[in-house]
Structure formats: structure tokens, C-alpha cells
Write a protein that binds this ligand. Structure first.
Ligand SMILES: Nc1nc2c(c(=O)[nH]1)N[C@H]1C(S)=C(S)[C@@H](COP(=O)(O)OP(=O)(O)OC[C@H]3O[C@@H](n4cnc5c(N)ncnc54)[C@H](O)[C@@H]3O)O[C@H]1N2
Ligand code: MOO
Length: 414
């Protein structure tokens, strides 16, 4: 008679925090880099420190629409004489005379002969006679050359992810080309005879392959180059071939399904035969049968087939791995404490990531409620959520009104 041990009770289930440490030990940041134009740089990681080629701002300029003058000329208590103007892109080219002033616009150069700007709301103009309410100090409303940074100063460090603000800073300093790490290549496929692509008819027992779509979404947010190898049937040789195809062209091979203990769960077996299993099965819910290893030069992550399990294990395990391989620093997830608004059932054994909604009550206190059913196949529990409630391994349930640890979704999930 065949007996089947309960895997949840096996001491071999590794805590997810230890799994993250072990995963990260197995990979090194890429050192390969390439030069790209600024328009190609969004989502890439800077491969070298970048110094500014210019002073920022590049010239003294006005922070207000108003008038520029010498602060000390206001001591006489008489109106100043208008001698010209300075517009953004069209500097004043005349002489800055004593007792004079110029009309000036926001961002326009402040001429060397004047030291202060007053906003037009505090000025009365009568023809060329300009009466100015004295600002608090000499230099008011002037943005000085290099006050933000000077030529040669480091503006961005190697290992910086180029997002929207970085794109703007790079344009500000005129960086038309920059050296970034080459993109990480991730090949992925789903396994399962029941899976059909969206758009096809479903026969009895079949379902649509949803994981490839959520994984594509996650990989896009993780800024990698992905290779979609489709759905592979539950056939050892087909899976073996897909492993080879994937490992030959990618830094990371990601699969969905077939990592549990069922009779058609071949992923782990083929990984064992074709590569190396570093660990399998974690004390995490959802996502217990997550498998990690190597396939030739590629790292391998086997995500469980249940749709929520595949997303949670990607988020907690694969994403930190991708970040390290991309040359990004590890950032500890932000967590906070919030009051639970309903009872939660939990059995000791695994760390649980329950999908939930974090909000503020009328008193401004953080509160959190789960998004209904928490089955590993209930993907709407993710779409409704904006955070995870993290329940530690030994927790055996929590009552409404108690505090729980919450991890708001970050840029990959939000
Ligand atoms: N006897 C045991 N059975 C199971 C255990 C266990 O410990 N002992 N663990 C369960 C846990 S926990 C998980 S998680 C799942 C994961 O199993 P697999 O990775 O082998 O996944 P599959 O069996 O292939 O599929 C599970 C489930 O998800 C559906 N699925 C799979 N791929 C997709 C996809 N691309 N898109 C949408 N849905 C998908 C599949 O139809 C199944 O319903 O194993 C438990 N079993
Ligand atoms: O770990 Mo599984 O994801 O509980 O269903």
C-alpha cells in the first residue's frame, strides 16, 4: 500500500526569509553593460556613476515673474527706472544702471548687474517708474547658478533604476547617451494539459492559462526582457525540451505549474535530471511547492500553478532575485501595523500572505480587511487587494481589533 506524507508537516519546509537569503547567495549582479540613448533608458539600471556636465541651474535666474534690481537701490525710497526686460530664452542684453530695474520672467536669466527679484504682485508700475516693496533680503527670488549641483558633481550612482525622475534629471544635465547594464532575459512557460490560450474554445476540464498573463505583467514591471514560450503539455519530453530551449537563451527560466507531488507534476523531476535543485518547498501560503535551482548557466524558478501562489512567490522570491541580477540594491519591504476589522482563521505551519485592503478609518487609524476567500486559485483576491497581511508561521488565527503586520503592494504589484 502506498502512503503519502503530509508535506505541510514535514520539517523540510523552509522559512521564506531563509529562502530569500539562499536565493540571493546563488546569483551575482550582471556586469555586462551597453550604451543606450536617453529615450531607451527608462527602466534600465545605470552601470556607472554619472557626474553632471553642467552647473544646475546653469545660470542665475528668476524664481518669479516680476522685476530684477539691486537690493541696496531700494534704500533711497524712490521708484526705480525700467531699463529693459529678460525673458526665458531671451536674456537682457543692456546695461544694468544704478537705480534701474528690468522686467523679468520666471526662469529668465538675472543679469550680473542686479542681485534681487521682487514678484510683480508687490510692485506698482507707472510707465517706466517702478515702485517696489522691499523683499525680506538681498538675493530674494534668485535661483543661483550651481545651487543644486555644480559641474563634476555625482548626480546619479551606478545601480540606480532609471525611472521618470531620473529621465528628467538625465535630460536636465544633457546626458543624451548613458551606460546601463544589459537587460536581464527571462524565459517562461506554463505547464498543464488543462491549459488553453485565451481565444480558444474550452473542452470539459480545460481552463484558460492565466498565469502567463499575470507573469508577463510582473515581468514588465520588473523591467526585464521576457521570452514567452507558451503552454507546455504535461509530458516529460516536451518539458525537457522547453527547459533546454529556455536555458539556451535566458538568464532566468521561470515556469508555472507541475511543482507539486501529483502524478503529472514533472517540472521538479526534469529540473533534477537536466539541472540542479537548490531547494524545493517553503513554509509559505500560498506558494508552498516553489522550486529553485539551476539549468546550465540560467537560474531556475518553478512557480506553483495555482494563480495566486505563482504571483505571491514571484513577488516575494523571484523579484528580489531579479533585482540583484539587474544590479539593483536590495530594499527591505515597507511594512506597517494596522487594526484587523474581522477575525481571520489560520493554522500554524506556514507564513501566510493574505490579500487585503488597507485604509484609514474616520479617526485616521490604519485598518485592514481581507478581500474575501483566500484560496490559492482565487485570483480576484489579488485584484481587489492593495496589500498583504503577513501572518507568521506559528500564528493560529487573529481576532478583529488586533494589530497585524501589513505589507502594501509595491510597484511590481500595484
Ligand atoms: N497532495 C498534495 N497536493 C498538493 C499539494 C501538496 O502538498 N500535496 N500542494 C498544493 C499546493 S500548496 C499547490 S500551490 C499546488 C501547486 O501545484 P503545481 O505547481 O503542481 O500546480 P498544478 O498542479 O499544475 O496546478 C495547480 C492548480 O493551478 C491551476 N493552474 C496551473 N497552471 C495554471 C495557469 N497557467 N493558469 C491558470 N491556472 C493554472 C491548475 O489547473 C490547478 O488547478 O498543488 C497543491 N496540491
Ligand atoms: O501553497 Mo499552495 O499555493 O497553498 O495552494
Amino acid at each position: 500500500m502506498q502512503t503519502h506524507a503530509d508535506p505541510c508537516k514535514q520539517p523540510s519546509l523552509m522559512h521564506p526569509s531563509l529562502a530569500i537569503v539562499k536565493l540571493l547567495e546563488q546569483v551575482q549582479p550582471t556586469t555586462d553593460s551597453e550604451v543606450v540613448t536617453l529615450t531607451q533608458a527608462l527602466g534600465r539600471v545605470l552601470a556607472e556613476d554619472l557626474a553632471s556636465h553642467v552647473d544646475l541651474p546653469p545660470f542665475d535666474n528668476s524664481a518669479m515673474d516680476g522685476y530684477a534690481f539691486n537690493f541696496d537701490d531700494l534704500d533711497a525710497g524712490t521708484p526705480l527706472t525700467l531699463v529693459g526686460d529678460s525673458f526665458a530664452g531671451h536674456p537682457f542684453s543692456g546695461q544694468c544702471v544704478k537705480g534701474g530695474c528690468i522686467r523679468i520672467m520666471t526662469g529668465a536669466p538675472v543679469p550680473a548687474g542686479y542681485d534681487t527679484v521682487q514678484m510683480q504682485e508687490k510692485v506698482t508700475a507707472d510707465g517706466n517708474n517702478i515702485s517696489i516693496e522691499a523683499p525680506k533680503a538681498k538675493g530674494a527670488n534668485v535661483r543661483y547658478r550651481a545651487e543644486e549641483l555644480s559641474t563634476g558633481t555625482k548626480v546619479l550612482s551606478a545601480g540606480t533604476l532609471i525611472g521618470a525622475a531620473e529621465m528628467g534629471v538625465l535630460a536636465t544635465i544633457g546626458a543624451s547617451q548613458l551606460r546601463v547594464y544589459r537587460p536581464l532575459k527571462v524565459a517562461f512557460f506554463s505547464t498543464g494539459d488543462e491549459l488553453r490560450p485565451v481565444g480558444s474554445e474550452l473542452a470539459p476540464g480545460q481552463i484558460y492559462d492565466s498565469n502567463r498573463y499575470s507573469i508577463q505583467g510582473l515581468l514588465s514591471r520588473a523591467n526585464v526582457e521576457w521570452i514567452d514560450l507558451g503552454v507546455i503539455e504535461d509530458d516529460k519530453e516536451a518539458i525537457r525540451q522547453a527547459f533546454k530551449t529556455a536555458a539556451a537563451q535566458a538568464d532566468m527560466v521561470l515556469t508555472s505549474g507541475g511543482v507539486s507531488v501529483g502524478d503529472a507534476d514533472y517540472t521538479k523531476q526534469i529540473l533534477d535530471e537536466e539541472g540542479e535543485i537548490t531547494f524545493w518547498k517553503l513554509a509559505i501560503k500560498p506558494g508552498k511547492p516553489f522550486a529553485f535551482g539551476h539549468l546550465g548557466d540560467a537560474v531556475f524558478c518553478g512557480l506553483p500553478g495555482n494563480p495566486v501562489s505563482s504571483m505571491v512567490t514571484f513577488y516575494k522570491l523571484v523579484w528580489p532575485l531579479i533585482q540583484k541580477m539587474q544590479g539593483l540594491p536590495q530594499v527591505k519591504p515597507v511594512t506597517l501595523s494596522a487594526t484587523l476589522t474581522q477575525d481571520i482563521r489560520k493554522f500554524p505551519g506556514r507564513v501566510e500572505y493574505q490579500r487585503a485592503v488597507l485604509s484609514y478609518n474616520e479617526q485616521g487609524e490604519a485598518q485592514v480587511a481581507v478581500t474575501g476567500g483566500q484560496g490559492s486559485g482565487m485570483l480576484t483576491s489579488m485584484t481587489l487587494a492593495n496589500c498583504f497581511i503577513i501572518l507568521e508561521q506559528d500564528c493560529d488565527g487573529i481576532s478583529a481589533g488586533e494589530k497585524v503586520t501589513v505589507e502594501p503592494f509595491n510597484s511590481v504589484l500595484a
